[in-house]
Design a protein around this ligand. Sequence first.
Ligand SMILES: [Zn+2]
Length: 108
Amino acid sequence: MRDKKYKSRVIKRDFLKTLAWKRWRYTLIDYYENRDCITNKPLRKGFNVHHLDMREEHYTILKEERFRPLNADTHDCVHFLFRYYKKDPFIIDRLKEILDLMVQYNED
Ligand SMILES: [Zn+2]
């Protein structure tokens, strides 16, 4: 199992080095108008093109709807939340409650 995961990681990593992938990144940036899909802010240096389908066997299917460009901090946040979300989708509700309270408490 561990060996299989390692192999999968290597296959994915190698794909990210290909010319096809590097060209694809530019196509996708244009498609999403150079915006981070969560914050809606311009993409910054070091942004990521996030695979929505992270399974190795689908990793090379290059269709716009299967990807989202995200700035590095947004990308980290998505992967962090996904670890919990896939087991407990209500984390989003609890996060929203906290954010809403923060807005409320910090209004001038
Ligand atoms: Zn990602």
